[in-house]
Design a protein around this ligand. Structure first.
Ligand SMILES: Cc1cc2nc3c(=O)[nH]c(=O)nc-3n(C[C@H](O)[C@H](O)[C@H](O)COP(=O)(O)O)c2cc1C
Length: 151
């Protein structure tokens, strides 16, 4: 069974909602899914998964949310070359750097060899139906990529 690890960073719940949408979709696809909050998660957990997902909000200070910094640093010591990754998150287009943390996490995955399964999904504040459709499509693409890699 394909193993999926979903890690989220969320203050007001939007990214937690995104993580729930993805959990449900991957479960529908028949995957074994584990979801957890970033400050409660060891980055090395990604090594036990086939598919690695991060859903993170962005604040206009720091590269990634403060409570995700240790996780972000620890990611750089992993070898994720046999993994498929996907990044997504909620932001607010009011800010200049819309969803910057999503791109930073994508870079971190690329640096440790993980393979992108789908283009990042960036959500304006809380996920609405069209965002949910995009997230479902995102999960399907990532799952397909994992199958192609025989994971
Ligand atoms: C102080 C502050 C700074 C923020 N800075 C950014 C930003 O630079 N870029 C962005 O896209 N969103 C920014 N946001 C918006 C949040 O990312 C957005 O509200 C998001 O939905 C929060 O996600 P959460 O509900 O998972 O905590 C900021 C919000 C606050 C309160």
């Amino acid at each position: 069974m394909t193993k999926v690890k979903i890690v989220f960073a969320s203050i007001t719940g939007n990214d937690e909602d995104i993580a729930y949408v993805l959990t449900e979709k991957f479960e529908d696809l028949g995957c074994d899914v584990d979801m957890s909050e970033v400050s409660q998660t060891d980055a090395a957990d990604f090594e036990d998964a086939d598919i690695c997902i991060i859903a993170s909000y962005t604040y206009d200070q720091g590269i990634v949310p403060d409570e995700a910094l240790d996780f972000y640093d620890d990611m750089q010591d992993l070898d994720l070359s046999e993994k498929v990754y996907g990044v997504c998150g909620s932001g607010d287009t009011f800010y200049e750097d819309f969803c910057r943390a999503v791109d930073e996490f994508a870079k971190a995955f690329e640096e440790v060899g993980a393979k992108s399964g789908a283009e990042p999904v960036k959500v304006e504040l809380d996920p609405e139906q069209d965002d949910i459709d995009k997230l479902d499509n995102f999960a399907e693409k990532i799952y397909k990529k994992a199958q192609e890699m025989d994971l």
